[in-house]
Structures are given as C-alpha cells and as structure tokens.
Design a protein around this ligand. Sequence first.
Ligand code: CDP
Ligand code: MG
Length: 167
Amino acid sequence: MNQQVLVLIKPDGLKKSLTGNILTRLSETKLEIVAAKMVRVSRGLAVEHYKHMKDKPFFEELIQYIQGTLHDRKKVMAMVYWGDNAITKVRQLAGATNPEEADPTTIRGSYGRITTKGLYENVLHTSSNEAEAEREIKLWFQPDEVIVDLYPTKIIEVKAETKRIWA
Ligand code: CDP
Ligand code: MG
C-alpha cells in the first residue's frame, strides 16, 4: 500500500551535520522523496505542528526546539517520502521517540540525546499514521511543492496578493 510520510530533520540533526547520514539511512527504505525544502519555522507553524502536545509540561521547550532557538539553527529540512508502507518503514528506521529506549542501530538511537531538562532531542520527526501524515504534509507543503498528487486539490482565485520577489 502506497503511503506518504512527512519527515523533518530537526535543528539538532542539522547542527550535528547529520543531514547526509539521515538521508543515507532513509534511502535504505527505497522510498521516493517527492518533496523537500529548508524551512524557517515560525512560531505559528511550530504550535500548529505540535498542537496535540500543548498540554505537555515541555511544550514551550518543544516549540523552541523545532524553531531552532535551542540550537541556534533556525531551520529544519522538510521532506515527504512516498512508497509502499512508507510510514512504518520510516518510523522503524527512526526508532523510538525516547533516544535512550531507541534501538542503537536506529537513527534516533544512534544520534539522539536527552537534555538535562529532560527533552528528547531525537534529530528527526516522522508522521506516525496516515491521518497525521495528511495533516502534517498539508501544513508544511503546498500542492505544487510536491511532485505527485497526494491529496485532492482545488483551484481558487487569489486577489490582491502581494509577494516578495527578487529586486
Ligand atoms: O516524534 P514522535 O512522534 O516519535 O513523538 P511524539 O510523542 O509525537 O512527541 C513529539 C516530540 O516531542 C518528540 O519527538 C520529542 O522531541 C518530544 N518529546 C519529549 O521531549 N518528551 C516526551 N516525553 C515526549 C515527546
Ligand atoms: Mg508524533
């Protein structure tokens, strides 16, 4: 069954220069990358992405983490992987949320850590089920940024739009 999954290389992964390693590990899945970009994460995007965690005691730290404030790296790499059983394949390679519980051969087990404050810095995010993947992919990407048609789209007319262009 073909699926799509959002993968984020979090700011700690970028700061530790793990982009290449993580992409190499993920290539073991033989899944296809159908979208990729660097994102400067606004507070609004961070809060929306982690809205299901908003009652957690570490919520504010989690927002600072994904925004890059904790690591002085204000960016994440966002990607969509697509193919057979994509969600399970990527989550298995990623490993458990808690890096100390993650199998040491997984990405989180190899590279994650727990901060002294108790936050799990686990170098990447991956969606955990199809509904979450849909919500997250639609949050992080516009339809034209993805090279396959994942979800239904519609055409709307946008009036009085302003946008930044090269001067
Ligand atoms: O990322 P994943 O889906 O594996 O876990 P989650 O339960 O959706 O939590 C989102 C993120 O919150 C984790 O990846 C961790 O960075 C952080 N977290 C944490 O620091 N401490 C916890 N007890 C649970 C999650
Ligand atoms: Mg999750």
